[in-house]
Design a protein around this ligand. Structure first.
Ligand code: NAG
Ligand code: NAG
Ligand code: NAG
Length: 974
């Protein structure tokens, strides 16, 4: 982009030069006095501005000096006022040079432009000090130096510029005390001093600055208290005192600042204080009082602040409950209450929004399938695999202002906050480095998770003991060149197990540069199976470099390893009481402490989604959120029947007695809303006896709900490999019927439907069974919606481990032959009653497919048949099914039959082609023996199943078979 700009610029320059040359020769004709031309030349030299062409009249509007690009904020403008002396004389009135990374210093020569009113040198790379000569300028009303390297202190001479209205010197390296004289500026409206190194108290002379409208002093090292005299600043609209160094309490005189719309005070030292009296600020839109040591109850008057868009009163010591009057705050977009001591139930008006219910309920507890001894997360990035085995879990959920995201293994994270000032249409909580990184393990650092306030990672189901926690960081949002982008400073705090281990941690400083890795090592004592790593933004560092909204914690990866030798796996390490509460106290208190209550979804998302929906004629029934809430008893956790990659599933009852299953989609499709809804409309058009019927959907607010027919007998996975009481002792006839049904459903999807859909995740857990054991395929069409989205979803695309086709690993794309392959695996599972992958001992994993291939080679495929069937089966049909399965699961795509021919073969209407086995594998006797042992080792496997059984009784189900299925959430309060 920059390159193009520069080239374009050069082109314009050249063109103008040619024009100037042809009309004027080299003689510059301008109404600008020679002194000012000379001054401009000197200024250009001092600033390091090399591309000004002084052969052209600087006051010409057509001049290339007059360029702006609103897209990237680049500005290049010299403006003149040419009305002097009957329009015969011009004077320079403003110089605006933004985002140019000018390398020079501030020029005292500006004084030689006697009529100058505005100097804006924003986002450059200027160093040196502010010239005291500037105090001699008589008309200056605005100085803006945001984002440079200016050092030294503010010269007191600036106080002589009586015309000055704006003094913006944020994001520099200025230091020292503020000169008392500045209090004399009679017209000052905006004073921006944030992100410097100022010290001392705010001078008492500042009480005279009654014309102030906007005062910002975040991220400095001031001392003393917030001055009482601010009550004089009655014209104030905005006040920002975040991590300024000043201490509390907030003076009660703040109540006089009735015009304030944006008040942000955070990270105050000092004594506890009551909630400040802000009753008379009737126009507040943003109120941030984070980490200010505020005690006592929430004041009732807050409920009258209906103009509020953001209310952040997190990390204080607020106590008691949420007053019922607060329901008037429903329209607030973001409300942050976490990190307080609030008690009592979460009010109904909060729970009415299913978004919040989701967030609230999932905080309860996790069931542990097993005990883990490590946590590995590639924060913000994809799974990292080394030599085929996963070394870091992917963490690609796009998150949001208040999200609690649970991984499919043993960790979760909660992210709170939104970027208040960034102009971006939607916040991003993952940052991707755009250039190459020359770091070892660079895949860990290419993406990072970022957060505007607080980011907490939890490891759970961990064996108790001491662990080494390695947090991997690399700064990837700044640059290491000589541009303004290199001037960002990121500062945050790191807590491990609730203890602040590092204050004011600065990645680039610790790593000695940008794009370099630094690993911080901590020791954590895990006593309740849970590890908590919290990153908190304490209001420090730059917030506007290179762009607005670049600040707060950033983390690239986490690795946690035990300081002890874990008990060997498969042993008795699985704790039967391993229900780990992420948070250890009573449920409701916990919820309020932890959850950021978040209304109305992402800003703007609701309206756009609804707007788009209105323009669409869905081919499906449409339900209202109210109907669905009524049917599911407001998404009562007791009605939750499953948790899949696309979101939780609830059982519901319509008043006419219809039973439904409601799938709550995580609304994170990469596609636009319109395509998304279109797609759902198309899926609902797919109707077949062997596809789960989509009754319709509900799109309201941020909610995307799919309403399906309810299937009495749950999933094939549960029936085959679930806990004993859910196994249905399927006889051969049923098995055959199920197998044929699945094949028919797939044949419809692949060959008969208008859409030609590749399911991409055929597995026993995605085959549901109705009352009469008719199989119906679920989740068809969804994989497409979530193309290349978050972790859970990408497993959809890649399929589930064990059912995944070999060619996916090789070519990364899937055809319908991928489904044929997966179908083959499912068919083998149906015959054998065994899950495709089972760990049967420490060293050995049992792969059903390998086993079947071995038996096929040996000519004894009947060994594969589920012992439960004893000899009660049609031998011929069994042979056909196994042969078809092996054909389907052939390594070569070309060998795999189409689903319609599979149907014909299974039904005996066509011969099964001879299976060509891939003989690249050496089928030695030893391997065969290990497998057979594995296969017969029922006891050990049954123990695992018992673990599943318990989970299932507690009201949630999952397929115990699949390696990547989500952990079930225990939804009973226990
Ligand atoms: C130009 O200067 C004259 C004289 O000082 C002033 O009256 C006029 O408002 C100025 N024009 C602009 C556009 O600033
Ligand atoms: C601020 O000043 C202190 C001492 O005066 C110095 O140690 C520190 O590095 C400075 N900070 C910045 C960000 O320049
Ligand atoms: C708020 O305004 C009312 C009416 O103007 C005034 O009586 C009251 O004292 C003010 N309250 C505070 C806390 O300043």
């Amino acid at each position: 982009m920059k390159m193009i700009m520069a080239t374009f610029f050069r082109f314009v320059l050249l063109a103008s030069f040619l024009i100037a040359f042809s009309f004027t020769g080299f003689a510059l004709t301008t109404l600008l006095p020679h002194d000012e031309v000379k001054a401009l030349q000197d200024i250009a030299t001092t600033l390091g501005k090399k591309d000004w062409d002084f052969n052209i009249d600087p006051c010409s509007r057509q001049h290339p000096w007059f360029l702006a690009n609103p897209q990237n904020g680049y500005e290049n403008a010299v403006t003149c006022n040419c009305t002097f002396a009957n329009s015969t004389v011009c004077h320079v009135v403003s110089i605006i040079l933004k985002r140019q990374s000018l390398p020079g210093t501030l020029s005292p020569e500006f004084v030689r432009l006697p009529y100058i009113q505005e100097i804006a040198l924003v986002r450059n790379y200027l160093n040196g000090t502010i010239p005291r000569e500037w105090g001699l300028m008589n008309y200056l009303d605005s100085i803006s130096l945001l984002g440079n390297r200016i050092s030294g202190s503010i010269p007191k001479e600036l106080a002589n510029i009586t015309t000055l209205k704006i003094l913006s010197i944020e994001y520099n390296q200025l230091s020292g005390n503020l000169p008392l004289e500045l209090g004399n500026l009679p017209r000052l409206e905006k004073m921006f001093l944030s992100s410097n190194n100022f010290t001392g108290e705010i001078p008492t002379t500042f009480e005279r600055l009654t014309t102030l409208k906007d005062f910002r002093i975040a991220d400095n090292r001031f001392s003393g208290k917030i001055p009482d005299f601010i009550h004089n600043w009655t014209n104030l609209n905005k006040l920002v005192i975040q991590a300024s160094g000043l201490s509390g309490p907030i003076p009660s005189g703040i109540s006089f600042l009735v015009k304030v719309t944006d008040l942000r005070i955070s990270d105050l030292n000092g004594p506890d204080m009551a909630f400040p009296p802000l009753n008379n600020m009737t126009n507040l839109k943003i109120l941030v009082l984070r980490s200010c040591n505020i005690i006592g109850p929430l004041p009732d008057y807050l409920s009258t602040k209906t103009t509020l868009k953001t209310l952040d009163i997190s990390f204080n010591k607020l106590s008691e409950g949420i007053p019922s009057s607060f329901s008037s705050l429903k329209e607030v977009d973001h409300l942050y209450l976490m990190g307080n001591k609030l008690t009592g139930p979460v009010p109904d008006w909060i729970l009415q929004d299913a978004d919040n219910v989701g967030t609230v309920s999932c905080l309860r507890s996790f069931h542990c399938h097993k005990t883990w001894y490590s946590v590995r997360i590639n924060c913000g990035g994809k799974d990292v695999t080394v030599n085929g085995s996963k070394t870091f879990d992917g963490d690609t959920d796009s998150a949001g202002p208040a999200k609690f995201i649970q991984s499919s293994t043993n960790w979760a994270f909660s992210s709170t906050g939104h970027y208040i000032d960034d102009g971006r249409p939607s916040d991003s909580y993952i940052w991707t480095n755009s250039s190459r990184l020359s770091i070892t393990n660079s895949e860990l650092f290419m993406n990072a998770r970022i957060s505007p306030i607080s980011l907490t990672y939890y490891g759970f189901c961990l064996g108790n003991g001491n662990y080494t926690v390695n947090l991997h960081f690399a700064e990837i949002m700044f640059t290491d060149d000589k541009t303004y982008s290199s001037l960002g400073r990121r500062v945050f705090d790191i807590y491990v197990q609730g203890k602040r281990e590092l204050e004011d941690f600065n990645i680039a400083y610790e790593a000695r540069g940008v794009g370099k890795a630094v690993v911080k090592k901590f020791t954590a004592v895990v006593t309740n199976n849970t590890l908590e790593i919290r990153l908190y933004w304490g209001g420090k560092g730059t917030m506007d470099i290179p762009d607005k909204g670049v600040y707060g914690p950033l983390i690239s990866a986490i690795s946690v390893d035990p300081d002890f030798i874990p008990p060997s796996e498969g042993g008795k390490s699985i704790s039967t009481s391993a229900v780990v509460s992420i948070v250890a106290a009573g449920a409701f208190v916990v919820i309020l402490l932890m959850v950021t209550l978040w209304w109305r979804g992402c800003l703007g998302r609701k309206s756009s989604l609804e707007r788009e929906l209105k323009g669409l004629d869905l081919q499906t029934g449409s339900f209202t959120l109210r109907q669905i809430k009524a049917a599911t008893n407001n998404f009562d956790v007791a009605n939750k029947i499953g948790e899949g990659g696309f979101g939780p599933v609830y059982k519901g009852f319509f008043s006419d007695g219809t039973i439904i299953a409601v799938k709550q989609l995580s609304a994170k499709s990469k596609q636009g809303n319109r395509e998304f809804i279109n797609e759902i409309g198309m899926i609902s058009a797919l109707q077949h006896p062997h596809l789960v019927k989509l009754y319709g959907c509900c799109v309201e607010g941020d909610q995307l709900l799919l309403v399906y027919e309810y299937m009495q007998n749950n999933s094939l996975a549960r029936v085959l490999f679930g806990p004993e009481e859910s196994q249905l002792k399927l006889d051969w006839l049923s098995r055959h019927k199920i197998c044929v049904g699945i094949a028919r459903g797939l044949a419809y999807l692949h060959e008969e439907s208008r859409l030609k859909i590749v399911h991409r995740d055929i597995k026993a857990a995605n085959v549901l069974l109705d009352e009469d054991l008719n199989p119906k395929i679920s989740d068809f069409g969804l994989a497409k919606l979530y193309e290349e989205d978050n972790t859970h979803i990408s497993t959809r695309i890649a399929g589930t481990y064990g059912y995944m086709v070999p060619e996916y690993a090789m070519h990364g794309y899937l055809t319908e032959k991928a489904d044929v392959y997966s179908f083959g695996i499912v068919a083998l599972e149906i015959v054998s009653g065994r899950s495709n992958t089972t760990h049967c001992s420490q060293e050995e994993s049992f792969y059903l497919l390998d086993w079947a291939r071995l038996l096929k080679e040996k000519g004894s495929v009947l060994e594969l048949v589920d012992p439960m069937l004893v000899s009660d089966f049609n031998k011929e049909q069994v042979m056909v099914m196994i042969n078809v399965a092996l054909l389907c699961a052939n390594v070569s795509q070309a060998v795999r039959p189409t689903m319609s021919s599979v149907v014909r073969m299974l039904e005996g209407n066509s011969f099964v082609q001879d299976v060509i086995l891939d003989t690249s594998e050496v089928m030695d006797e030893r391997k065969l023996e290990v497998m057979r042992k594995c296969y017969l080792q029922k006891e050990e496997i049954d123990e695992d199943e018992n673990e599943t059984q318990k989970l299932t009784r507690n009201g949630s189900w999952t397929s115990s078979s699949s390696a990547v299925d989500l952990y079930p959430i225990n939804l009973d309060s226990d």
